[in-house]
Design a protein around this ligand. Sequence first.
Ligand code: PBG
Length: 315
Amino acid sequence: MEAFHMSQHLIRIATRKSPLALWQAEFVKAELERIHPGLSVELVPMTTKGDVLLDTPLAKVGGKGLFVKELEVAMLEDRADIAVHSMKDVPVDFPEGLGLEIICEREDPRDAFVSNNFANLAELPKGAVVGTSSLRRQCQIRAMRPDLIIKDLRGNVGTRLAKLDSGDYDAIILAAAGLIRLKLISRIASYISPEESLPANGQGAVGIECRTDDARVKALLAPLEHLETRYRVIAERAMNTRLEGGCQVPIGAYAEIEGDELTLRGLVGNPDGSQIITGQVKGLKSEASQLGEQLAEILLAQGAKTILDAVYGKA
Ligand SMILES: NCc1[nH]cc(CCC(=O)O)c1CC(=O)O
């Protein structure tokens, strides 16, 4: 067979090697092969700078862009065709020539309370130690329970669970979606509702990045698009973008859709939970990105900028 002919029937997925990244890549591979009989999909596993620095606090190593750069270079150099991302980890801007073309159907967007001894946050005794490195989770937990001690927790999902099991924490908070995908749903003691703690923008959704001029790949990917998830994630990301939310921010955003109506809730707080600003907008789902910007303006008018500047060390 000619090389040209082969490449027409092949899609190469650049992926990190973490179990969750591999799950997501395998999921997209299986979907593509199911929808397009005769298509071959290959995984191209690679190590990113973020993986090498996995135990360094995120704020110190420069944020989540570190987990995608190598994958993007591989696509630009035509060593891979697509990359699959957790939407909550995808930076706002893409390099010239690459774009996020597809957003797949969302998994459970909630945070999960994981503990071997306690059923939920309310049950934790005074002074209990909760593991999370997310300022968003820390802020909302401290607002509910100022008496709890928040301790940094990094690493892949498996590493985090092992740290819980070794007794370093009374409970940890993880995204439900990651645990469900890795068949670890039995580790979830309870779900934290968006009313208690707003998820991160894009949480639970998987997106696919590819070369913007690659019509062949874009056509093959098109059936994986889930429009309702796209509207929700666009609204959430637009809010974050307008707030100039970087990689590590105490910002929550959560959109829901009923019929044509989209409801977006947002939150900005400081890490110790002593200040929290919340807001909500409703409108047509077709105006998702305007709704996100509108909610950001509402939060900014209530002082979100002062809080965020203090978190970023600008104040
Ligand atoms: N920050 C890491 C990360 N990025 C995506 C997920 C899994 C859930 C998702 O797809 O949003 C996780 C783990 C976690 O937050 O517990």
